[in-house]
Design a protein around this ligand. Sequence first.
Ligand code: R5P
Length: 230
Amino acid sequence: MTVDEQKEAVGEAALKYVKPGMKVGLGTGSTAAWFVKAIAREVEAGLKLTLVSTSVQTTQLAESLGLTIKDINDVGTLDLCVDGADEVGDGLALIKGGGGALLREKLIWEQARTCVVIADAAKHVPVLGKFPLPIEVEPFAWKGTVNRISDVLVEFDIDKLPIMRKKDGQPWITDGGNLIFDVACGRIEDPSGLGAALKSVTGVVDHGLFLDLAEVALIATPDGVRIVEP
Ligand SMILES: O=C[C@H](O)[C@H](O)[C@H](O)COP(=O)(O)O
């Protein structure tokens, strides 16, 4: 199976968690897009769902497929969220935010009873950190914030600098108007300690470590979709 076929397979497989009448959060990225397409097909065939989105990108995709996206503030607790990830590690610890949607994704995940992560086989890793960890930063006084992030990284024996994400030479701006800094950590030995320390830095809006949030991962392999639990 190609990587794209693997993404399609897990996007389709996640449909089994969707029941009529559910309130469902739609993730962001190329894998989650397959789930959005599968949902659009089912809704067109008559399935009734209330849908919310984790990004402008996903809202645009969903609406282009004829889906209606509700305001999260009008919906309350979600039954389910299905989303991709950049790395899936031990205990279903995740790195997310490669597409820059980490803050709104985490807000939606935390408002959902069940979170299902969908990923191709290459993203299932023994230790998180090969994929650069995204950190979302308030633009005001960002230089001071990045200095304090660097101090935190040193405490965790990570000797890499946060790199500002850019597009066409300009700072990449999130849906919430913030900056993203990526850190090529290498190995993250203590994800929960690092996550808590980063979150305690004033100016850090959030980071891409999603810990204790996913109930199940659907991982595509050449032999089919494997279900992984924490
Ligand atoms: O910000 C983006 C999200 O966290 C995505 O879910 C993640 O980057 C995975 O995206 P993809 O499925 O395109 O690899």
